[in-house]
Design a protein around this ligand. Sequence first.
Ligand code: NAP
Ligand code: MG
Length: 484
Amino acid sequence: MTPEIERMYIDSEWVEAEDGATFDVLNPADQSVIARVANGARREIHRAVEAAHAAFKGWAALPPKDRGRVLLRIQALMEERRDDLARLVTLENGKPFEEARKEVQFALGYFGWFAEEARRIAGEWVPSPQPGKRYWVLRQPIGPVAAVTPWNFPATMVTRKIAPALAAGCSVVLKPASATPLTALALARITQDAGLPRGVFNVLTTSRSRLVGDELLTHPLIRKIGFTGSTEVGKGIMAAAARQVTRLSFELGGNAPFIVFEDADFGPALDGAVAMKFLRVGGQSCICANRIYIQRSIADRFIPAFVDAVKRLVVAPGFEPGAQVGPLINEETRAKVHALVEDAVERGARLATGGHYLTEGPYAKGFFYAPTVLLDVTDAMPIAREEIFGPAAPLLVFDTEEEVVRRANATTFGLAAYFYTRDTARLVRVAEQLEYGLVGANDATGYTHEIPFGGFKESGLGREGGHEGIEEYTEVKSVVVNLG
Ligand code: NAP
Ligand code: MG
């Protein structure tokens, strides 16, 4: 028996691809096929853009408070269905179920935050330098938006874009990652049940990403692209968008330094380092610690404690109670992590634990990798320069504050950085000098809805969340009024 096809959501209808094509979604814990999903092509892309275009003016014309009401209903339905959504997240992404529940709880909060922010998109009446003139500055929704999201947070990556876009009055065509389209489709169902008007939100499922670049992102009716994914793909999109100067927001890759000064509060620094490396999708998060710098005077104490903590991590399929680290998303990702680890060892790093695939018993069919700690890593090694995106922690040692700040900033990335110190003056100095969009000072919990999130340098463009998040989906218009 062939499983039923999961349809995509276009113009408030559930549709298959015109040619009937599908792609499979796998459970990364055992490689079983969990769904066959409609594989959209040119026709579906154009239908979705046209639906978003047709819906835009009506949605934009609603008072923000009324748009906010719909968003609050979406939030409430997400909360009601939280555990069902979390099950989908674990099934298609692999992360532990408890972590998936936290993700969904966090993801739905974007609707609440932006429902309120919608009411505060205010303009200005600017005092005129001349008599007889008035200057009126207003913000308007930019138009139909194309959103492209990755697989590591199948719920949050979607809501962090669509909540501000919808709140601002934009319509959206979402292209979720082909590894994790099911959560996005469940969100589409929720928007339908919440009464979001026809065509305002469309989910285009497809594994044909080249076509997405050629037909969706460069479509003349698309006024804005919100993309989260790799820096490499982002650069390609930026080049293509140049053709029509489409507005862009990018959340791209990272290479986060995690710095532990000798005056740090030891326990929280240790827990923070383990959590920021291993307990966010098993290291597959753009803000995960990628390089852990320890001041030499405490290295003898910190390193063994860190290695012990990593050895105690519970690696298991996401639905196992107590699971802390699940499988990686696919073989390509696992092979990349392993290649970086092996390369580091060849260049002189030492393995303190891990460094291999997990292939026995409950791990046999999934993409599991042993939590890994590498010692004697240098800044020049690829594992310290590239985004690892997996459960491997390179440990590096430093001597002075000036040195570690310089080393931390010596990268083309600039998304997140963390440091631990109890010296207040140092806290301020280092926070000011780190060239990163998010800085955790004695904190390794990441960002929240109320603050802008985004990257310096090649880690991104624009911000998501905060007041800034909604402005990304607006255009500014200056009206010069001549009173004659
Ligand atoms: P990716 O390969 O760049 O894919 C991201 C999205 O873009 C997916 O939906 C993907 O579709 C699509 N895509 C791929 N190639 C495309 C193309 N040529 N044209 C248009 N769309 C294309 O990234 P990933 O491997 O899924 O995710 C990992 C990366 O995302 C990491 O580098 C990570 O740092 C970054 N990330 C950043 C943030 C942040 O907030 N800064 C958050 C999460 C992840 P398919 O799924 O079909 O390939
Ligand atoms: Mg990819």
